[in-house]
Ligand binder design. Structure first.
Ligand code: 5GP
Ligand code: ZN
Length: 115
């Protein structure tokens, strides 16, 4: 793992977080600065810089990431009214932490298109 990766440090527990889900491949935790009443980040345990860097080797993990996100959305009661998944990528995408993460946003109506 890259020594200076914030999310690798969150996975290892070196930096505390509010854990929502963990298994051998996927970790999920509350966003520290929530943009919606429910704002959870779902990440692969393996350090992958961004979604563009995922390879065929990561195919199963990426599928699992989405299915874990679905389970969390269900458990948090978001499926009835709807919710949004976001994967910011690179500078124009607004990515600020370079460990691939999927945002789950829900609990209020979300605007579109993004600013
Ligand atoms: P990005 O802008 O890269 O798509 O999203 C990074 C997200 O990580 C932001 O929503 C930000 O609030 C969240 N974040 C940044 N630092 C921390 C932290 O130390 N702990 C937690 N739980 N979330 C963080
Ligand atoms: Zn990392």
């Amino acid at each position: 793992m890259p020594k200076d990766c914030l999310f690798c440090k969150i996975i290892s527990g070196e930096i505390p977080s509010t854990e929502v889900y963990r298994d051998e491949e996927i970790f999920a935790f509350e966003d520290i600065n929530p943009a919606a009443p429910t704002h959870i980040l779902v990440i692969p345990i393996k350090h992958i810089q961004d979604i563009s860097s995922a390879t065929i080797e990561d195919q199963e993990t990426m599928g699992k990431l989405l299915l874990v996100a679905n389970k969390i959305a269900e458990d948090k009661g978001l499926t009835k009214d709807g919710f949004r998944y976001v994967i910011n990528t690179g500078a124009y995408g607004g990515q600020t932490v370079f460990h691939l993460h999927l945002h789950i946003l829900g609990g209020r109506s979300l605007g579109w298109p993004p600013g």
